[in-house]
Design a protein around this ligand. Structure first.
Ligand code: SAM
Length: 276
C-alpha cells in the first residue's frame, strides 16, 4: 500500500467524486491493483493515468472486477491503464516472485507475516508449507533462514507453475520441493514428518488438522491461520486444542498473532503452537 490515492486526484476530480475514491491500493511488482466503485467507472481511465503519472515505477493499473472466490481464492482483474498485461515480478525480503494476481492467490499484505515465520525457523529445520500458492513462504523462509528443507503443496496448477518458475528464478535457493495437488492426498502420500508446518488457508484449514498432526514431529511448531472477530480468537485456539486431543497430541503452548485486517474488528490471525 502506498500514498493515499485521493492525493493524486485532488485537482482532477470534483469533491463529490473524490469522496467516493477508495484511498488504499496494492502494489504488486510494477502493477497497482485498485478498487473502482461503480459510480466512478466512467472515471477509471483518469484514475489509472493519475497513478501512472505519480508513481513512475508503476507500469500497469488494474482494477478488481469482483471478489476473491472459489477454492483457489482468485479475483478477476481488468487492466485500465498502462501496459496491457497481468504478469509482474514482485520483490519480497530478498526473493523475486513472478505472479499473475488474477490467475492465482497472492497477497502483498502478507509479506511481513511470511518474514515473521521465516525469522522463527532454526538451522536444520524441515518445514512444510501447505497451500503454498506461488511459493512465497517457501522462498522467503529459504532466503531468510538456515532451514534444511522446505516442502510446499498447492492445488491450483497455475499457482504451482508460478511456484516452479519462482524456484528457477531464485536459483541459489536449492532446498525447496513443491508438489501440485490436494493437501488431503499429497500430504499422507509423503509418509514423513516435519519440524514445522505452516497452514495459510484462513478459511477451512481446520479440516486438514487431523492429517497435519500426523505429519508434525513431537515438539513441532504449527502455524494455523484463521479469520476471526476480535472477541473470538479463543475459538481458533479451541479448534486446535480439540483436534490435537482427538489425535492424542498435547498442545504445549499457543500464541495468537494478528496478521491482517479483514473487516471491522475482524482479523486474519495466526495461532502459533508448540505440540508434543
Ligand atoms: C490463502 S491462499 C495462500 C497462498 C500462499 N501461501 C500465499 O501466501 O500467497 C490459499 C492457497 O491454497 C490453495 N488451496 C486451496 N485448497 C487446497 C487444497 N485442498 N490443497 C492444496 N492447496 C489448496 C489455493 O489454491 C491457494 O493458492
Amino acid at each position: 500500500m502506498s500514498v493515499n490515492l485521493k492525493e493524486y486526484l485532488r485537482d482532477i476530480l470534483p469533491q463529490e467524486e473524490l469522496d467516493l475514491v477508495v484511498r488504499s491500493y496494492d502494489v504488486v511488482g510494477d502493477m497497482a491493483v485498485i478498487i473502482v466503485p461503480p459510480e466512478l467507472v466512467h472515471r477509471e481511465r483518469i484514475i489509472g493515468e493519475a497513478i501512472l503519472d505519480n508513481l513512475k515505477h508503476i507500469k500497469v493499473v488494474a482494477k478488481r472486477n469482483g471478489l476473491y472466490s472459489g477454492e483457489f481464492r482468485t479475483i478477476p482483474l481488468e487492466v485500465i491503464a498502462g501496459e496491457n498485461r497481468k504478469e509482474t515480478v514482485h520483490r519480497e525480503y530478498g526473493v523475486n516472485l513472478l505472479v499473475n494476481p488474477e490467475a492465482v492467490y497472492f497477497s502483498v499484505r502478507s509479506g511481513t507475516e511470511r518474514k515473521r515465520i521465516a525469522d522463527q525457523v532454526s538451522a536444520g529445520e524441515e518445514v512444510l508449507v501447505l497451500f503454498s500458492g506461488i511459493a512465497p513462504y517457501p522462498l522467503v523462509i529459504a532466503k531468510n533462514s538456515r532451514a534444511r528443507e522446505i516442502v510446499g503443496i498447492e492445488k491450483n496448477p497455475a499457482a504451482h507453475r508460478f511456484g516452479l518458475a519462482n524456484l528457477a528464478g531464485n536459483r541459489k535457493l536449492k532446498n525447496i520441493r513443491l508438489y501440485c495437488g490436494d493437501v488431503a492426498e499429497i500430504l499422507p502420500s509423503l509418509a514423513r514428518t516435519f519440524d514445522r508446518i505452516v497452514m495459510p488457508l484462513p478459511k477451512g484449514g481446520e479440516h486438514f488438522l487431523p492429517i497435519v498432526f500426523q505429519a508434525l514431529r513431537s515438539s513441532g511448531i504449527l502455524h494455523y491461520y484463521d479469520m476471526r472477530h476480535e472477541n473470538e480468537f479463543d475459538e481458533s485456539v479451541a479448534v486446535v486444542m480439540q483436534i490435537a486431543q482427538d489425535a492424542n497430541r498435547m498442545v504445549r503452548s499457543t500464541t495468537v498473532v494478528k496478521c491482517g485486517h479483514c473487516a471491522p474488528r475482524t482479523y486474519r490471525i495466526c495461532v502459533d503452537c508448540r505440540i508434543d
